[in-house]
Ligand binder design. Sequence first.
Ligand code: GDP
Ligand code: IMO
Ligand code: MG
Length: 444
Amino acid sequence: MANVVVVGAQFGDEGKAKVTDLLAKNADVVVRYQGGCNAGHTVVVDGDTYKFHLIPSGILYKKLCVLGPGMVIDPKALLKELDALLERGLDAANLRISNTAHVTMPYHLALDAAEEDSRGDQKIGTTKRGIGPTYADKCARSGIRIEDLLDKKVLRAKLEWLVPRKNVQLEKLYNIAPFEIDAILDEYVGYGEKLSKYVCDTAELIFQSIGNRKNILFEGAQGTLLDLDHGSYPFVTSSSPTAGGACIGAGIGPTSIDRVIGVSKAFMTRVGEGPFPTEKEGEVGEMLRQTGKAWAEVGVTTGRPRRCGWFDAVLGRYSVRINGMDCLAITKLDVLDEFDEIQVCTAYKDRESGKTYKDLPSIGSRFQHMEPIYETFPGWKKSTVDCRSFEDLPSNARKYLDFLAEQLDVQIAIVSVGPKRDQTIVIEDPIHGPKRVLSKVAAV
Ligand code: GDP
Ligand code: IMO
Ligand code: MG
């Protein structure tokens, strides 16, 4: 029995879904604990590609799949995703939705888009899925929860207070036509009716599963550097993708987590705005973006091109620390196959003061002044897509991976060399391998 968190160690899109799908085979329950349909999680099985936004990636193994209380759920998007899965012959009988998860309402979507547009060159580059405004209402204690959709009277009472206030904001600040209470009420009660069979107290369900010694997989969305508290604020999402978020978002105590697996690409990408010290424009960036046409770096949710750059070991070390990571899965090693040289950022130089840092001094406003200091490696110039063991990999690829593990002071348990399930190298058991011990540096 092991309860495992799979967490994005970079700016999202690290390949969390591929790793979750891989581990889901031996899990009993797969739980999404935060975020909403801003996530785009890709799983490739037998030549079929599945793109999940709200539904946990474990659904392909027919595991109990939970949308936890920490999520924000757009019911229209969820029903669309469910319909698409059912059409492809998948079964949703194992789906459970938390009664206390918050609902993205139409005014949240309108506000997300309007706020973004009004920010001009200070925009965040959100996915415009209403994520920020939904979490803002949750914190302001003005949110609608899934259970409210199941009771027309309750929903009407809440909307009667809420909608006029949202309309003032929308009309006065953004010149957007007001919403009508009755129209929202009818539409969202309708969604409630369709979803009601999946709704339950998921925290209780998870508690029972833990008691019954089930294996529970917590599937993070987004990534550590997009975390509301620990990411590159304000260019973050509005939830807690980091491992600690699994406790809050699923409703379990920290003592129930046995293991934290981080997922990183062998390089780095970011969608949306915000600092990205190792970003490469020009030839290298384009090469990272375009390598392997079928899996070019384009956002799964928004279709925006991903910004690309070299692996940042400073941020990697930060991510290991913030998540209490036990081991790492490195994905997309194959994307580096054709490069003559590969760079890794091992330290930062503050552009203004000239001071150098091996570890991130703080993720506060100084982060944007950091310039990468690189070490350069010779490429391996050989395809890795058919490698199935560490020994199969070209010697320079092995050296590169060893260097990353040493830099981050964490064991690499999985290496992914392609999007398909079998394009995977398991170096050590990601679930039962040794727990990471604090490095000497941290201990003194
Ligand atoms: P997630 O949001 O972290 O689940 O990741 P995304 O699904 O947004 O993006 C990862 C993309 O990389 C998807 O298109 C995956 O199919 C693909 N992918 C995952 N692992 C590998 C790999 O090892 N090599 C290659 N070439 N593609 C991969
Ligand atoms: P997965 O789970 C990559 C980014 C957006 C934007 C910022 C805020 O597939 O890794 P939001 O809509 O959340 O308010 O946008 O966060 N972002 C992601 N980037 N992968 C994701 O999810 C993301 N979800 C949000 O691009 O910069
Ligand atoms: Mg993604």
